[in-house]
Write a protein that binds this ligand. Structure first.
Ligand SMILES: C[S@@+](CC[C@H](N)C(=O)[O-])C[C@H]1O[C@@H](n2cnc3c(N)ncnc32)[C@H](O)[C@@H]1O
Length: 328
């Protein structure tokens, strides 16, 4: 038998990249673009998740406290719509702060599936929630919501229980409009007609409020943004120094989005695992977008993806919106 024939007879072995290899490929791809970029999912290592929790406590970052207040007020109506013994899945569940309100206020929820890319924070919050709500089956899933997602059996089509997808924190703002359309369509696909989708969406508002929220005086958001470079520096063989960059965030009114960037303080050549990338002084790495929606724009998105827009709640200042959508 020839070598070629014997090789052809070998079973195919699927090669899956390790998380570090995938991270490196994303960094190389992002740094090779004319506008350098990094995917925002890499913010959330253990330190990044802690920094995000600290951002939520800053005076300038109105999102968390505003959404919590809206949620507390809307809870009886949400519970009425969802009914008893529902199964909940939350995407980007993080520290699991907001779900506590739902688990307390809904009528005996049956099962809670938190999904997050950050295994550290997910494990910790799932363990806390399981202890605090012994009547609820907590099934954590580490995953990337941009990739095809296989949810536990409880949440598949055909379950007899009402399903509720929870997506708070305006994490949808990190998606481009096209990605948002695709994501809502995928959510619709895992629901049955009549199931619910509760989603928090940040609203268009004066640029001064937005710019302050992403440039807090204590510098927590700056540390969060720069942590991306810390993560690269601690994961790979590199000469990259986070202190050679600074945080820059601003409202881009034309695109209706906050943009976060890391700006190079000097002309420099960054080498990562043998790959070289030139930076001019002032050149940026685009690290995150946070799109701001009008109620009309978000309703259009929901209607286009197979939902009816049943109810929306806002705070008195109309900073934030919480939408209850029903799958058609
Ligand atoms: C803006 S924070 C919101 C956290 C929380 N839901 C809240 O309302 O405060 C985004 C969350 O999504 C997670 N995340 C980011 N990118 C992700 C991805 N691609 N797949 C899954 N989770 C992701 C982060 O770890 C983080 O917990």
């Amino acid at each position: 038998m020839s070598e070629l024939q014997s090789n052809a007879a070998l079973p195919l072995v699927e090669h899956r990249a390790t998380p570090a290899q995938e991270f490196l490929l994303d960094v190389i791809e992002g740094f090779s673009q004319p506008q350098k970029t990094l995917p925002c999912k890499y913010f959330y290592d253990e330190r990044g998740s802690k920094l995000f929790a600290a951002i939520c406590e800053t005076e300038e970052y109105y999102i968390t406290r505003t959404e919590l207040a809206i949620l507390a007020q809307a809870l009886p109506e949400i519970a009425r719509r969802v009914g008893p013994a529902c199964d909940i899945v939350e995407f980007g569940s993080g520290a699991g702060i907001k779900i506590r309100l739902l688990l307390e206020g809904l009528h005996q929820p049956r099962c809670y599936i938190p999904l997050d890319i950050s295994s550290e924070i997910l494990e910790q919050s799932a363990a806390e929630l399981a202890g605090q709500f012994p009547g609820v089956q907590v099934v954590p899933v580490v995953g990337d919501y941009h990739k095809p997602i296989i949810l536990p059996e409880e949440f598949r089509q055909g379950s007899h229980h009402r399903k509720l997808v929870f997506f708070p924190g305006s994490t949808i703002s990190n998606f481009t409009p096209e990605e948002a359309l695709g994501f809502l369509s995928r959510i619709r696909d895992i629901l049955n007609p009549g199931d619910g989708f509760l989603i928090g969406v940040d609203c268009v508002k004066p640029a001064t409020i937005l710019n302050a929220a992403y440039n807090d005086a204590a510098g927590v958001t700056a540390a969060f943004n720069l942590n991306l470079l810390e993560r690269i520096a601690s994961t790979f063989h590199t000469n990259l120094r986070p202190q050679h960059f600074f945080h820059h965030a601003f409202f881009n009114a034309e695109q209706s989005r906050i943009e976060m960037h890391l700006v190079s303080r000097r002309d420099q050549v960054v080498e990562i695992e043998g790959h070289r990338f030139g930076f001019r002084q002032g050149e940026t790495i685009h690290t995150e977008n946070s799109y701001k929606y009008s109620l009309e724009d978000f309703n259009r998105l929901a209607l286009a993806t197979g939902f009816t827009t049943d109810q929306v709640w806002q705070d008195p200042e109309r900073l934030f919106s919480l939408h209850y959508l029903t799958a058609c």
